[in-house]
Design a protein around this ligand. Sequence first.
Ligand SMILES: Cc1cc2ncn([C@H]3O[C@H](COP(=O)(O)O)[C@@H](O)[C@H]3O)c2cc1C
Ligand SMILES: O=C(O)c1cccnc1
Length: 351
Amino acid sequence: MQAEDINQAVYKQIEKNWDNIAKPLDGLGRFEKLIARIGAIHGTTEIDIEKKAVIVMCADNGIVEEGVSQSGQETTTLIVRCLGKGQTSVGKMAAFVGADVIPVDVGVSSDEAFPGVQNRKITHGTGNFAKSPSMTEEQTLEAIQIGIEMVAQCKKEGYRLLATGEVGIGNTTTSAAMAAALTGCKVSEAAGRGAGLDDRGLERKRQVIQDALHHYELKKEEPLRILCTVGGLDIAGLTGVFLGGMLCHIPIVADGVISLVAALTAERLVPGTKAYMIASHRSKEPAAEILTKELGLSPVIDAGLALGEGTGAVMMLSLLDIARTLYQSETTFQTMELAPYERFSETEESR
Ligand SMILES: Cc1cc2ncn([C@H]3O[C@H](COP(=O)(O)O)[C@@H](O)[C@H]3O)c2cc1C
Ligand SMILES: O=C(O)c1cccnc1
C-alpha cells in the first residue's frame, strides 16, 4: 500500500486565500498551514469541518499486572461505562465543541455490555508482555481493520474531521515501550508517570519496559511485530484510524502519546500517511515529543496535558474551527477597503 499525495494545487490556493484576509501575512501562523492541509486532503478550497467526531478506542492491557499504573485494571471498565453515557472528560468537552464521541470496545477485559459503546471486542484484554507478546498478529490486524472500518463508516456518515482518543489503563506503558522500539530512544526518555504514577512505580515501569525490549530484541524496521509484541489493541485500533484517514481522505487529529505512537506505526506501515495527521498538543508524557519530531508534526497546545481519552485532540478541534471561521469570513482586504500586503519573495522557503 502507498499513501496518496494530498492536493498541492488546493493547498497553494488556500495559502493565497489566507493572504487575502485583512491581517498580517502568515498572521495565523501554523493554523494557516493546517487549514490549507485540511482543504488539500478534502480536495477543495471550501473548508467544511462542521461534522466531526473523536473515535475512542478502549481496551485493557495485561502489563498492568506488573504494577506499572497507579490504577487497577478494573478502572478501564469503570471509565468505559461512563464514556458510553457521555459522562467522562472527553464527553463533556466534545459536547461543548460540537463533536460526537464514538467509543469502541476493542478489548476491554470485562464482559459488560456498555450502552453507547460499539462492541468490536477482539479479546478480553491483551497478554502481559513481560511474560508473552501482547497480541497475536491476527488479533493485531483485526484491530487495525476495525480502525479503518470506523473511519470508512464515518466518511459514509458525512464526517469531515476526526480525532483520536483511547481508554485503557496501562496504555502509557505499552506506548512508551513501542516508542522506544520504533525510534531507538532510551526507555528513560520515553516512559513517564502516565495517570499519576509515583517515583517507585515509574522506576518499575521503566525496568519492565527495559527487560521486555532486551528480551524480544525488537528492531525499528518491524512496526507490526513491535505493535503485536509490546503494544495493545487500543493502539492497533488507532493505527487503523490513521490509515483510514489516509485511505478515506479525512484529516485525523491526534491526541497524546498513545495516539502518537499509533500515528508513527501507521506512518511506518504506509509511508506518507503522516500527511493526513494533525498533532494537537504536547503531552506531558516524554515520548510524545520524540514521536512528533519523528513524524515531523508540530503540536499546537503546550499546556502539560496528561489526560487521554482524546481530550487534547478535542481542544484542537475547536481551535481549528476558530481558524476556519476566519478563513471563510468576509474579512478581506476588499471588504475592508485596504490594500493587501504583497509578498516580495515567493520562494517556498520564505513562506
Ligand atoms: C480516572 C481516570 C480516567 C482517565 N481517562 C483517561 N485516562 C488515561 O490514563 C490511562 C493511562 O494511564 P496509565 O498508563 O498510567 O494507566 C488511560 O486510560 C488514559 O486514557 C484516565 C486514567 C484514570 C485513572
Ligand atoms: O498523552 C496522553 O495521551 C496521556 C498521558 C497520560 C495519561 N493518559 C494519556
